[in-house]
Design a protein around this ligand. Structure first.
Ligand code: ATP
Ligand code: MG
Length: 461
Protein backbone atom coordinates (compact mmCIF):
# COMPACT_ATOMS: atom_id res chain seq x y z
CA UNK A 1 0.00 0.00 0.00
CA UNK A 2 1.39 3.39 -0.97
CA UNK A 3 2.53 5.43 2.02
CA UNK A 4 1.17 8.92 2.58
CA UNK A 5 3.69 11.68 3.28
CA UNK A 6 2.49 15.00 4.63
CA UNK A 7 4.56 18.03 3.63
CA UNK A 8 4.10 21.05 5.91
CA UNK A 9 5.87 24.02 4.36
CA UNK A 10 4.71 27.54 3.61
CA UNK A 11 6.69 27.72 0.35
CA UNK A 12 4.56 26.47 -2.51
CA UNK A 13 7.66 25.81 -4.63
CA UNK A 14 9.00 23.39 -1.99
CA UNK A 15 5.61 21.67 -1.73
CA UNK A 16 5.55 21.22 -5.48
CA UNK A 17 9.07 19.94 -5.90
CA UNK A 18 8.78 17.58 -2.93
CA UNK A 19 5.40 16.29 -4.15
CA UNK A 20 6.96 15.51 -7.53
CA UNK A 21 9.86 13.62 -5.97
CA UNK A 22 7.54 11.69 -3.68
CA UNK A 23 5.19 10.73 -6.49
CA UNK A 24 8.11 9.48 -8.57
CA UNK A 25 9.07 7.24 -5.67
CA UNK A 26 5.54 5.83 -5.36
CA UNK A 27 4.43 7.81 -2.29
CA UNK A 28 1.20 9.77 -1.95
CA UNK A 29 2.03 13.41 -1.06
CA UNK A 30 -0.31 15.57 1.02
CA UNK A 31 0.43 19.28 1.39
CA UNK A 32 -0.25 21.91 4.03
CA UNK A 33 0.98 25.52 3.96
CA UNK A 34 0.88 26.10 7.69
CA UNK A 35 1.48 24.11 10.86
CA UNK A 36 -2.15 24.59 11.89
CA UNK A 37 -3.60 23.25 8.64
CA UNK A 38 -1.03 20.42 8.71
CA UNK A 39 -2.22 19.32 12.15
CA UNK A 40 -5.86 19.40 11.03
CA UNK A 41 -4.93 17.32 7.97
CA UNK A 42 -3.20 14.80 10.21
CA UNK A 43 -6.29 14.58 12.35
CA UNK A 44 -8.52 14.00 9.39
CA UNK A 45 -6.43 11.93 7.05
CA UNK A 46 -3.91 9.40 7.96
CA UNK A 47 -0.26 10.15 7.11
CA UNK A 48 2.62 7.73 7.55
CA UNK A 49 5.33 10.38 7.84
CA UNK A 50 5.55 14.16 8.12
CA UNK A 51 8.09 16.50 6.53
CA UNK A 52 7.97 19.65 8.64
CA UNK A 53 9.55 22.99 7.88
CA UNK A 54 10.93 24.90 10.88
CA UNK A 55 10.49 28.52 9.85
CA UNK A 56 7.10 29.25 8.41
CA UNK A 57 6.16 32.91 7.88
CA UNK A 58 2.83 33.55 9.62
CA UNK A 59 2.17 30.08 10.86
CA UNK A 60 3.04 28.49 14.18
CA UNK A 61 6.72 27.55 13.94
CA UNK A 62 7.82 23.99 13.20
CA UNK A 63 9.25 23.33 16.68
CA UNK A 64 5.94 24.09 18.37
CA UNK A 65 4.11 22.04 15.74
CA UNK A 66 6.54 19.16 16.34
CA UNK A 67 5.59 19.08 20.01
CA UNK A 68 1.88 18.96 19.23
CA UNK A 69 2.30 16.28 16.55
CA UNK A 70 4.42 14.07 18.82
CA UNK A 71 1.89 14.45 21.60
CA UNK A 72 -1.17 13.59 19.50
CA UNK A 73 0.00 11.23 16.77
CA UNK A 74 2.41 8.37 16.48
CA UNK A 75 3.98 9.37 13.19
CA UNK A 76 7.66 9.95 12.41
CA UNK A 77 8.55 13.59 11.69
CA UNK A 78 11.51 14.76 9.60
CA UNK A 79 12.36 18.43 10.09
CA UNK A 80 13.49 20.46 7.10
CA UNK A 81 15.14 23.87 7.40
CA UNK A 82 17.04 26.41 5.37
CA UNK A 83 18.50 28.07 8.47
CA UNK A 84 19.69 25.07 10.37
CA UNK A 85 22.05 25.31 13.28
CA UNK A 86 23.36 22.37 15.21
CA UNK A 87 21.48 23.68 18.20
CA UNK A 88 18.09 23.59 16.47
CA UNK A 89 18.84 20.13 15.14
CA UNK A 90 19.61 18.89 18.65
CA UNK A 91 16.53 20.58 20.02
CA UNK A 92 14.34 18.99 17.35
CA UNK A 93 15.76 15.55 18.03
CA UNK A 94 15.11 16.01 21.75
CA UNK A 95 11.52 16.86 20.95
CA UNK A 96 11.15 13.60 19.08
CA UNK A 97 12.00 14.45 15.45
CA UNK A 98 13.22 11.39 13.60
CA UNK A 99 15.69 13.28 11.40
CA UNK A 100 16.75 16.73 10.37
CA UNK A 101 17.51 17.71 6.77
CA UNK A 102 18.91 20.99 5.52
CA UNK A 103 17.59 22.92 2.55
CA UNK A 104 18.36 22.94 -0.34
CA UNK A 105 17.00 19.43 -0.22
CA UNK A 106 18.97 16.66 -1.84
CA UNK A 107 16.77 14.12 -3.63
CA UNK A 108 18.76 11.13 -2.40
CA UNK A 109 19.01 12.36 1.17
CA UNK A 110 15.31 13.04 1.50
CA UNK A 111 14.25 9.68 0.05
CA UNK A 112 16.74 7.83 2.23
CA UNK A 113 15.54 9.67 5.34
CA UNK A 114 11.89 8.96 4.47
CA UNK A 115 12.52 5.27 3.89
CA UNK A 116 14.47 5.00 7.14
CA UNK A 117 11.75 6.88 9.01
CA UNK A 118 9.04 4.61 7.64
CA UNK A 119 11.02 1.49 8.52
CA UNK A 120 11.57 2.83 12.01
CA UNK A 121 7.85 3.53 12.43
CA UNK A 122 7.02 0.04 11.21
CA UNK A 123 9.39 -1.49 13.78
CA UNK A 124 7.93 0.69 16.49
CA UNK A 125 4.44 -0.44 15.57
CA UNK A 126 5.48 -4.08 15.61
CA UNK A 127 7.06 -3.59 19.03
CA UNK A 128 3.96 -1.89 20.31
CA UNK A 129 1.75 -4.69 19.02
CA UNK A 130 3.98 -7.25 20.71
CA UNK A 131 3.93 -5.29 23.96
CA UNK A 132 0.18 -4.87 23.79
CA UNK A 133 -0.36 -8.55 23.24
CA UNK A 134 2.34 -9.22 25.81
CA UNK A 135 1.54 -12.90 25.61
CA UNK A 136 4.07 -13.59 22.93
CA UNK A 137 2.48 -15.69 20.30
CA UNK A 138 -0.97 -16.74 21.51
CA UNK A 139 -1.72 -20.39 21.18
CA UNK A 140 -4.62 -22.68 21.68
CA UNK A 141 -3.67 -25.03 24.45
CA UNK A 142 -4.66 -28.65 24.03
CA UNK A 143 -3.89 -31.89 22.25
CA UNK A 144 -7.38 -33.30 21.85
CA UNK A 145 -8.51 -34.27 18.36
CA UNK A 146 -10.95 -31.35 18.22
CA UNK A 147 -8.30 -28.78 19.15
CA UNK A 148 -5.84 -30.26 16.67
CA UNK A 149 -8.51 -29.99 13.97
CA UNK A 150 -9.17 -26.39 14.98
CA UNK A 151 -5.48 -25.52 14.80
CA UNK A 152 -5.26 -27.10 11.34
CA UNK A 153 -8.25 -25.08 10.17
CA UNK A 154 -6.70 -21.86 11.49
CA UNK A 155 -3.39 -22.63 9.77
CA UNK A 156 -5.24 -23.15 6.50
CA UNK A 157 -7.52 -20.13 6.60
CA UNK A 158 -5.15 -17.55 8.15
CA UNK A 159 -2.83 -16.90 5.18
CA UNK A 160 -5.72 -17.07 2.71
CA UNK A 161 -7.03 -13.58 3.45
CA UNK A 162 -10.57 -14.97 3.63
CA UNK A 163 -13.26 -13.64 5.92
CA UNK A 164 -13.97 -15.87 8.89
CA UNK A 165 -16.94 -16.28 11.19
CA UNK A 166 -15.79 -17.70 14.52
CA UNK A 167 -18.58 -19.45 16.39
CA UNK A 168 -18.68 -21.00 19.83
CA UNK A 169 -20.15 -20.72 23.31
CA UNK A 170 -19.03 -18.23 25.98
CA UNK A 171 -15.43 -18.55 27.08
CA UNK A 172 -14.44 -21.21 24.54
CA UNK A 173 -11.58 -19.10 23.17
CA UNK A 174 -13.05 -17.26 20.16
CA UNK A 175 -10.85 -14.27 20.80
CA UNK A 176 -7.77 -16.48 20.94
CA UNK A 177 -8.79 -17.99 17.60
CA UNK A 178 -9.04 -14.49 16.10
CA UNK A 179 -5.63 -13.57 17.50
CA UNK A 180 -4.11 -16.79 16.13
CA UNK A 181 -5.53 -16.06 12.67
CA UNK A 182 -4.04 -12.57 12.85
CA UNK A 183 -0.63 -13.90 13.87
CA UNK A 184 -0.52 -16.40 11.03
CA UNK A 185 -1.96 -14.02 8.44
CA UNK A 186 -0.20 -11.93 5.83
CA UNK A 187 -1.13 -8.85 7.83
CA UNK A 188 0.52 -10.02 11.06
CA UNK A 189 2.54 -6.81 11.14
CA UNK A 190 -0.52 -4.68 10.64
CA UNK A 191 -2.95 -3.99 13.44
CA UNK A 192 -5.93 -6.15 14.31
CA UNK A 193 -8.53 -3.65 15.42
CA UNK A 194 -11.19 -5.06 17.69
CA UNK A 195 -14.74 -3.82 18.01
CA UNK A 196 -16.92 -5.32 20.70
CA UNK A 197 -20.34 -4.82 19.15
CA UNK A 198 -22.11 -5.67 22.42
CA UNK A 199 -20.20 -3.11 24.46
CA UNK A 200 -20.69 0.01 22.35
CA UNK A 201 -23.92 1.95 22.85
CA UNK A 202 -26.15 2.03 19.79
CA UNK A 203 -25.85 5.79 19.34
CA UNK A 204 -22.05 5.68 19.33
CA UNK A 205 -21.42 2.64 17.15
CA UNK A 206 -21.46 4.48 13.82
CA UNK A 207 -18.95 7.05 14.98
CA UNK A 208 -16.85 4.28 16.54
CA UNK A 209 -16.79 2.27 13.30
CA UNK A 210 -16.65 5.00 10.68
CA UNK A 211 -15.27 7.97 12.59
CA UNK A 212 -16.78 11.44 12.60
CA UNK A 213 -16.09 14.95 11.46
CA UNK A 214 -15.59 17.77 13.91
CA UNK A 215 -18.93 19.24 15.02
CA UNK A 216 -21.02 16.42 13.54
CA UNK A 217 -22.76 15.91 16.90
CA UNK A 218 -22.67 17.44 20.37
CA UNK A 219 -19.37 16.54 21.94
CA UNK A 220 -17.54 15.91 18.65
CA UNK A 221 -14.87 18.54 19.33
CA UNK A 222 -12.36 17.08 16.92
CA UNK A 223 -12.56 14.77 13.93
CA UNK A 224 -11.90 11.15 14.72
CA UNK A 225 -10.84 8.20 12.64
CA UNK A 226 -13.06 5.16 13.00
CA UNK A 227 -12.10 1.53 13.52
CA UNK A 228 -12.52 0.77 9.79
CA UNK A 229 -9.96 3.47 9.05
CA UNK A 230 -7.59 2.25 11.74
CA UNK A 231 -7.78 -1.31 10.45
CA UNK A 232 -6.89 -0.31 6.87
CA UNK A 233 -4.42 -2.84 5.48
CA UNK A 234 -5.03 -5.12 8.47
CA UNK A 235 -7.83 -6.95 10.21
CA UNK A 236 -11.09 -5.72 11.70
CA UNK A 237 -12.37 -8.09 14.38
CA UNK A 238 -16.09 -7.67 14.95
CA UNK A 239 -16.60 -9.45 18.26
CA UNK A 240 -20.12 -10.37 19.47
CA UNK A 241 -21.53 -9.60 16.02
CA UNK A 242 -24.83 -11.25 17.01
CA UNK A 243 -25.46 -8.33 19.38
CA UNK A 244 -25.31 -5.68 16.67
CA UNK A 245 -28.59 -3.85 16.06
CA UNK A 246 -30.43 -4.33 12.76
CA UNK A 247 -29.86 -0.68 11.91
CA UNK A 248 -26.09 -0.98 12.26
CA UNK A 249 -26.12 -4.32 10.46
CA UNK A 250 -27.69 -2.63 7.44
CA UNK A 251 -25.05 0.09 7.49
CA UNK A 252 -22.06 -2.16 7.80
CA UNK A 253 -23.30 -4.62 5.20
CA UNK A 254 -22.91 -2.04 2.45
CA UNK A 255 -19.56 -0.91 3.76
CA UNK A 256 -18.25 -4.44 4.13
CA UNK A 257 -19.18 -5.07 0.52
CA UNK A 258 -17.84 -1.88 -0.97
CA UNK A 259 -15.01 -1.17 1.50
CA UNK A 260 -15.94 2.48 1.17
CA UNK A 261 -17.65 4.78 3.62
CA UNK A 262 -18.18 8.33 4.78
CA UNK A 263 -17.53 9.54 8.29
CA UNK A 264 -20.47 10.66 10.42
CA UNK A 265 -21.12 14.28 9.40
CA UNK A 266 -18.77 14.06 6.43
CA UNK A 267 -19.23 13.68 2.72
CA UNK A 268 -15.81 12.53 1.59
CA UNK A 269 -15.63 8.86 0.62
CA UNK A 270 -12.88 6.89 2.30
CA UNK A 271 -11.72 3.63 0.75
CA UNK A 272 -10.11 0.93 2.82
CA UNK A 273 -8.81 -2.57 2.41
CA UNK A 274 -9.87 -4.53 5.46
CA UNK A 275 -10.11 -8.23 6.21
CA UNK A 276 -13.00 -8.96 8.53
CA UNK A 277 -13.12 -11.59 11.24
CA UNK A 278 -16.36 -11.84 13.21
CA UNK A 279 -17.22 -13.83 16.31
CA UNK A 280 -20.44 -14.74 18.03
CA UNK A 281 -21.80 -17.07 20.65
CA UNK A 282 -25.31 -16.74 19.25
CA UNK A 283 -26.97 -19.16 16.90
CA UNK A 284 -27.19 -16.78 13.96
CA UNK A 285 -29.47 -19.06 11.92
CA UNK A 286 -32.00 -18.87 14.77
CA UNK A 287 -31.49 -15.13 15.08
CA UNK A 288 -32.19 -14.81 11.34
CA UNK A 289 -35.44 -16.78 11.78
CA UNK A 290 -36.45 -14.53 14.65
CA UNK A 291 -35.71 -11.46 12.52
CA UNK A 292 -32.83 -10.28 14.72
CA UNK A 293 -30.03 -10.84 12.24
CA UNK A 294 -29.80 -10.08 8.53
CA UNK A 295 -29.37 -13.13 6.35
CA UNK A 296 -27.37 -11.17 3.75
CA UNK A 297 -24.89 -10.01 6.40
CA UNK A 298 -24.60 -13.56 7.67
CA UNK A 299 -23.71 -14.84 4.21
CA UNK A 300 -21.24 -12.01 3.69
CA UNK A 301 -19.41 -12.77 6.95
CA UNK A 302 -19.68 -16.53 6.86
CA UNK A 303 -17.13 -17.15 4.11
CA UNK A 304 -15.23 -19.62 6.29
CA UNK A 305 -17.03 -20.74 9.45
CA UNK A 306 -14.90 -21.93 12.35
CA UNK A 307 -16.53 -23.68 15.29
CA UNK A 308 -14.69 -23.51 18.62
CA UNK A 309 -15.42 -26.64 20.70
CA UNK A 310 -16.91 -26.69 24.18
CA UNK A 311 -14.55 -27.54 26.99
CA UNK A 312 -16.69 -30.52 27.96
CA UNK A 313 -16.02 -31.97 24.51
CA UNK A 314 -12.27 -31.89 25.15
CA UNK A 315 -11.93 -32.67 28.85
CA UNK A 316 -8.66 -34.48 28.16
CA UNK A 317 -7.07 -31.06 27.54
CA UNK A 318 -7.67 -30.00 31.14
CA UNK A 319 -4.24 -30.98 32.58
CA UNK A 320 -2.45 -28.99 29.86
CA UNK A 321 -4.84 -26.08 30.21
CA UNK A 322 -4.33 -26.06 33.98
CA UNK A 323 -0.57 -26.04 33.51
CA UNK A 324 -0.77 -23.08 31.09
CA UNK A 325 -3.28 -21.19 33.19
CA UNK A 326 -1.14 -21.61 36.35
CA UNK A 327 1.89 -20.37 34.40
CA UNK A 328 -0.08 -17.39 33.12
CA UNK A 329 -1.33 -16.52 36.61
CA UNK A 330 2.18 -16.92 38.06
CA UNK A 331 3.45 -14.45 35.46
CA UNK A 332 0.91 -12.01 36.90
CA UNK A 333 2.44 -12.44 40.35
CA UNK A 334 0.32 -15.25 41.80
CA UNK A 335 1.89 -18.11 43.72
CA UNK A 336 2.61 -20.99 41.37
CA UNK A 337 0.87 -24.15 42.63
CA UNK A 338 0.89 -27.76 41.57
CA UNK A 339 -2.28 -29.65 40.79
CA UNK A 340 -2.15 -33.31 41.76
CA UNK A 341 -3.22 -36.09 39.40
CA UNK A 342 -6.36 -36.48 41.55
CA UNK A 343 -7.11 -32.75 41.17
CA UNK A 344 -6.91 -33.10 37.38
CA UNK A 345 -9.26 -36.06 37.50
CA UNK A 346 -11.70 -34.12 39.67
CA UNK A 347 -11.59 -31.15 37.27
CA UNK A 348 -12.30 -33.54 34.40
CA UNK A 349 -15.58 -34.67 35.97
CA UNK A 350 -17.11 -31.18 35.82
CA UNK A 351 -19.09 -30.06 32.76
CA UNK A 352 -17.73 -26.47 32.63
CA UNK A 353 -20.72 -24.56 31.24
CA UNK A 354 -18.54 -21.42 31.22
CA UNK A 355 -15.81 -23.27 29.30
CA UNK A 356 -12.14 -22.24 29.50
CA UNK A 357 -13.01 -18.89 31.06
CA UNK A 358 -14.81 -20.68 33.92
CA UNK A 359 -11.86 -23.05 34.30
CA UNK A 360 -9.46 -20.11 34.36
CA UNK A 361 -11.45 -18.29 37.04
CA UNK A 362 -11.76 -21.49 39.03
CA UNK A 363 -8.00 -22.12 38.95
CA UNK A 364 -7.41 -18.52 40.00
CA UNK A 365 -9.84 -18.95 42.89
CA UNK A 366 -8.10 -22.15 44.03
CA UNK A 367 -4.69 -20.50 43.89
CA UNK A 368 -5.93 -17.58 45.98
CA UNK A 369 -7.91 -19.60 48.46
CA UNK A 370 -5.90 -22.78 49.05
CA UNK A 371 -3.05 -22.40 51.48
CA UNK A 372 -1.08 -25.46 50.31
CA UNK A 373 1.31 -25.50 47.38
CA UNK A 374 -0.17 -28.74 46.12
CA UNK A 375 -3.85 -28.65 45.21
CA UNK A 376 -5.56 -32.01 45.49
CA UNK A 377 -8.98 -33.41 44.60
CA UNK A 378 -10.22 -32.47 48.10
CA UNK A 379 -9.77 -28.76 47.39
CA UNK A 380 -11.22 -29.12 43.92
CA UNK A 381 -14.31 -30.91 45.28
CA UNK A 382 -14.69 -28.44 48.14
CA UNK A 383 -14.69 -25.52 45.76
CA UNK A 384 -16.87 -27.21 43.19
CA UNK A 385 -19.25 -28.15 46.02
CA UNK A 386 -22.61 -26.56 45.22
CA UNK A 387 -23.17 -25.86 48.92
CA UNK A 388 -20.56 -23.13 48.82
CA UNK A 389 -20.55 -22.03 45.23
CA UNK A 390 -23.58 -19.90 44.49
CA UNK A 391 -25.83 -20.56 41.54
CA UNK A 392 -25.14 -24.29 41.16
CA UNK A 393 -28.00 -26.75 41.25
CA UNK A 394 -27.61 -30.05 43.11
CA UNK A 395 -29.22 -32.37 45.59
CA UNK A 396 -29.12 -29.53 48.07
CA UNK A 397 -31.90 -27.90 46.03
CA UNK A 398 -34.31 -29.68 48.35
CA UNK A 399 -32.40 -28.68 51.45
CA UNK A 400 -34.62 -25.78 52.43
CA UNK A 401 -32.85 -25.24 55.74
CA UNK A 402 -29.46 -25.03 54.01
CA UNK A 403 -28.03 -27.02 56.94
CA UNK A 404 -27.50 -30.33 55.15
CA UNK A 405 -23.73 -29.94 54.77
CA UNK A 406 -23.32 -29.42 58.54
CA UNK A 407 -25.67 -31.99 60.08
CA UNK A 408 -23.19 -34.86 60.31
CA UNK A 409 -20.88 -32.90 62.60
CA UNK A 410 -21.04 -31.93 66.30
CA UNK A 411 -21.71 -28.30 67.21
CA UNK A 412 -18.07 -27.17 67.26
CA UNK A 413 -17.27 -28.85 63.95
CA UNK A 414 -20.48 -27.64 62.33
CA UNK A 415 -19.74 -24.08 63.47
CA UNK A 416 -16.22 -24.26 62.11
CA UNK A 417 -17.43 -25.78 58.89
CA UNK A 418 -20.05 -23.08 58.50
CA UNK A 419 -17.49 -20.35 59.20
CA UNK A 420 -15.16 -21.86 56.66
CA UNK A 421 -17.83 -22.07 53.97
CA UNK A 422 -19.22 -18.66 54.75
CA UNK A 423 -15.83 -16.97 54.67
CA UNK A 424 -14.76 -18.79 51.52
CA UNK A 425 -17.91 -17.58 49.84
CA UNK A 426 -17.45 -14.02 51.03
CA UNK A 427 -13.80 -14.02 49.93
CA UNK A 428 -14.86 -15.31 46.53
CA UNK A 429 -17.37 -12.50 46.23
CA UNK A 430 -14.58 -10.03 46.97
CA UNK A 431 -11.96 -11.62 44.71
CA UNK A 432 -9.87 -12.68 47.70
CA UNK A 433 -9.56 -9.13 49.02
CA UNK A 434 -9.49 -9.40 52.82
CA UNK A 435 -10.05 -5.73 53.66
CA UNK A 436 -13.05 -5.54 51.36
CA UNK A 437 -14.45 -8.78 52.78
CA UNK A 438 -13.99 -7.54 56.35
CA UNK A 439 -15.87 -4.37 55.51
CA UNK A 440 -18.67 -6.26 53.80
CA UNK A 441 -19.30 -8.62 56.69
CA UNK A 442 -18.71 -6.13 59.49
CA UNK A 443 -15.53 -7.55 61.01
CA UNK A 444 -12.25 -5.84 61.86
CA UNK A 445 -9.68 -6.66 59.20
CA UNK A 446 -7.23 -7.99 61.78
CA UNK A 447 -9.90 -10.18 63.35
CA UNK A 448 -10.89 -11.61 59.97
CA UNK A 449 -7.26 -12.20 59.15
CA UNK A 450 -6.78 -14.18 62.38
CA UNK A 451 -9.95 -16.14 61.72
CA UNK A 452 -8.87 -17.03 58.17
CA UNK A 453 -5.54 -18.22 59.49
CA UNK A 454 -7.12 -20.34 62.19
CA UNK A 455 -9.37 -21.95 59.57
CA UNK A 456 -6.35 -22.49 57.29
CA UNK A 457 -7.94 -20.36 54.63
CA UNK A 458 -4.74 -18.33 54.30
CA UNK A 459 -1.19 -19.18 55.21
CA UNK A 460 0.53 -15.80 55.09
CA UNK A 461 2.02 -14.36 58.28
N1 ATP B 1 -7.47 -23.13 24.08
C1 ATP B 1 -7.15 -22.23 24.99
N2 ATP B 1 -5.94 -22.23 25.51
C2 ATP B 1 -5.59 -21.38 26.48
N3 ATP B 1 -6.42 -20.46 27.01
C3 ATP B 1 -7.63 -20.38 26.52
C4 ATP B 1 -8.07 -21.25 25.47
N4 ATP B 1 -9.34 -20.95 25.20
C5 ATP B 1 -9.68 -19.94 26.02
N5 ATP B 1 -8.67 -19.60 26.82
C6 ATP B 1 -8.72 -18.57 27.89
O1 ATP B 1 -10.07 -18.52 28.32
C7 ATP B 1 -10.54 -17.19 28.46
C8 ATP B 1 -11.68 -16.97 27.50
O2 ATP B 1 -11.23 -16.97 26.16
P1 ATP B 1 -11.81 -15.96 25.07
O3 ATP B 1 -11.97 -14.59 25.64
O4 ATP B 1 -11.00 -16.12 23.84
O5 ATP B 1 -13.25 -16.63 24.89
P2 ATP B 1 -14.50 -16.17 24.02
O6 ATP B 1 -14.93 -17.36 23.28
O7 ATP B 1 -14.12 -14.96 23.23
O8 ATP B 1 -15.54 -15.83 25.14
P3 ATP B 1 -16.85 -14.85 25.10
O9 ATP B 1 -17.85 -15.43 24.17
O10 ATP B 1 -17.31 -14.88 26.52
O11 ATP B 1 -16.34 -13.52 24.67
C9 ATP B 1 -9.34 -16.31 28.22
O12 ATP B 1 -8.75 -16.03 29.47
C10 ATP B 1 -8.41 -17.18 27.39
O13 ATP B 1 -7.08 -16.80 27.63
MG1 MG C 1 -14.92 -13.00 23.29
Amino acid sequence: MAKRILIIDDEVSIQESLSGILQDEGFIPLCASSAESGIILLEEEQADLVLLDIWMGKSMDGMAALEIIKERFSVPVIMISGHATIETAVQATRKGAYDFIEKPLSYDKIILAINNGLRYAQLEQENRLLRENNKGPVSLTGNSAVIKALRAQIAMVAPADAWVLIRGAHGTGKEIVAQSIHQLSQSCNQPMVEVNCAAIPEELIESELFGHEKGSFTGAHTSKRGKFDQADGGILFLDEIGDMSLKTQAKILRILQEQKFERVGGNKTISVNVRVLAATNKNLEEEIEKGNFRADLFWRLNVVPIQVPLLRDRLEDIPLLVQDLVKGLAAKGMKPKVFSEGAHQALMTHSWPGNVRELRNFIERLIIMCPDTVITETEVHTFLNPAIIPGKSSDTDNDQSGLLPYLAADFREAKKSFERHYLQLKLLENDGNISQTAEQIGLERSHLHKKLKSLYLINET
